[in-house]
Design a protein around this ligand. Structure first.
Ligand SMILES: NC(=O)c1ccc[n+]([C@@H]2O[C@H](COP(=O)([O-])OP(=O)(O)OC[C@H]3O[C@@H](n4cnc5c(N)ncnc54)[C@H](O)[C@@H]3O)[C@@H](O)[C@H]2O)c1
Length: 243
């Protein structure tokens, strides 16, 4: 598969190494606006683009892929306010986009576990619920896209919770998300249920960025030649059905 890498920071470089090991060819690397001016016309040669950039540039990059009819896998987080508009454009104009705030297969299993635990805990209102996320110091957005998914899934399952807030909750209808930044941590998420008697805590710890890179490349292999808006559940169901 011919891949255009949009963003060549920590994730772009990890994807480059792993994609070549899986037999793919990187035909274009774009890492800033000058690269777009110099080489952007080569985008149309790619079969798939993989986008890991910054919250400010993701939407423009997605639109460039749409204009060139190139399926795009997007891992950039921090642009959630535009997601409804982008999803609608993708579907209405018959384009192709795969978005996940977290491409790690383990995190997506953790999402299932979080939903299951929330459904068990729904009636036990003596437990207070909070989320902690820790990432490297260069991460631009907080809380992480993954922590927001965890919080929204809890809110959907637990009636007494209505919204998430940054830092600590002040009202009983909130889920507090505390963000920590520490050197080169790839990503750790904890969901905590705490009563006066005990605590139940589930944790996902990413050990390297390779897990995200693998998920993004698998998403590229999945989306090649397809039209529509896709998420991890589409890829995971496909994997199950092809085992
Ligand atoms: N979805 C996931 O699984 C997942 C996993 C890890 C990181 N992320 C997210 O992916 C994004 C990138 O993460 P990273 O750790 O590689 O960041 P990074 O800062 O190391 O790299 C971002 C790169 O994007 C480049 N860039 C900036 N503007 C650009 C533009 N207009 N076009 C092309 N490239 C441009 C920068 O020069 C930089 O090299 C972040 O939003 C991060 O939160 C998502």
């Amino acid at each position: 598969m011919k891949i255009a890498l949009l963003g060549y920071g920590k994730m772009g470089q990890e994807i480059h190494k792993l994609a070549e090991k899986r037999g793919h060819e990187i035909i274009l690397i774009i890492d800033n606006d000058e690269d777009w001016q110099e080489r952007g016309s080569l985008l149309k040669e790619a079969e798939v683009a993989i986008e890991f950039t910054t919250p400010d540039s993701a939407v423009d990059n997605i639109m460039r892929c749409f204009e060139n009819e190139i399926p795009v896998v997007v891992g950039t987080t921090g642009w959630i306010e535009d997601i409804d508009h982008i999803r609608k454009t993708c579907i209405d104009e018959n384009k192709s986009l795969f978005f996940s705030p977290n491409f790690s297969i383990g995190v997506n299993l953790f999402f299932d576990l979080n939903r299951y635990l929330a459904s068990l805990m729904a009636k036990w209102d003596n437990y207070e619920i909070s989320i902690e996320e820790t990432h490297h110091i260069h991460k631009l957005d907080a809380p992480s896209g993954t922590a927001i998914v965890l919080a929204n899934d809890i809110i959907r399952k637990i009636e007494r919770k209505e919204k998430w807030v940054k830092e600590l909750q002040e009202n009983p209808d909130e889920v507090g998300i505390k963000s920590y930044r520490s050197e080169d941590v790839p990503g750790t998420h904890k969901v905590r249920y705490e009563s006066e008697m005990d605590a139940i805590v589930i944790t996902h710890t990413a050990k390297t960025r390779r897990g995200f890179a693998l998920g993004a490349i698998m998403a590229g292999e999945f989306i090649k030649g397809k039209k529509g808006f896709f998420e991890m559940k589409d890829l995971l169901n496909f994997q199950k059905s092809t085992v």
